[in-house]
Design a protein. Structure first.
Length: 199
């Protein structure tokens, strides 16, 4: 007797650079493979716009990936288009760390300028794409993840504290200091989106 059971097959095909992946969905009916039209799901993109920041992304059914913030505006635009185009079948929601207007720790003018420029460029691109954008203050995601505050810790100790949390949360990734904040923001975003709970 012919087996008419249904089985969902999800194929994840990494790109050459291993940063993004194509999500191909098929349905298996009695051994025959048919293309499946997928309901819109949510892609989460978390961004730490700092000079030494990073970008992390999670699509349901696909492993999380994270990369260092692109060095040039052109590379940033290219990456942004890749995210929008390759996950066009899903609703894309961005969580961008909001610009810190005042800081107790003075930073070089060049660092502040690049940081502000990244924030402005990203906000413009996200809003132009008609994607959902949430601006998140650092204090908000730090509190939600029970990560505390920097306090008397040195900058290195504080960054390693955040990196350790990202490593525990995403053990399959090679977490770096550049991507750790973005991954923490992604973890925060996942907690706010029920379809990612338990993944």
């Amino acid at each position: 007797m012919r087996d008419n059971s249904l089985e969902l097959v999800v194929c994840v095909i990494p790109d050459v650079d291993n940063h993004l992946c194509h999500i191909c969905n098929f349905v298996c009916v009695g051994g025959d493979i048919h293309h499946l039209v997928v309901l819109k799901m949510t892609t989460l993109v978390a961004i730490d716009p700092g000079v030494n920041g990073g970008i992390a992304c999670h699509w349901p059914g696909c492993k999380v990936w994270a990369i260092k913030m692109p060095a040039t505006d052109g590379d940033l635009v290219k990456l942004f288009h890749c995210i929008i185009d390759k996950f066009s079948d899903s609703k894309t929601v961005f969580y961008l760390e909001d610009l810190v207007k005042f800081s107790k720790n003075p930073r070089p003018e060049s660092v502040v300028t690049t940081y502000a420029a990244n924030c402005g460029s990203l906000k413009g691109m996200i809003q132009y794409s008609a994607s959902v954008l949430h601006l998140v203050r650092a204090q908000t995601w730090l509190k939600a993840l029970s990560l505390g505050s920097k306090g008397d810790r040195s900058q290195t100790q504080w960054k390693n504290h955040l990196k350790a949390h990202a490593q525990r949360t995403f053990p399959h990734l090679d977490v770096t200091l550049a991507t750790s904040d973005a991954l923490c923001i992604l973890h925060y975003a996942e907690q706010l989106n029920k379809e990612f709970t338990g993944l």
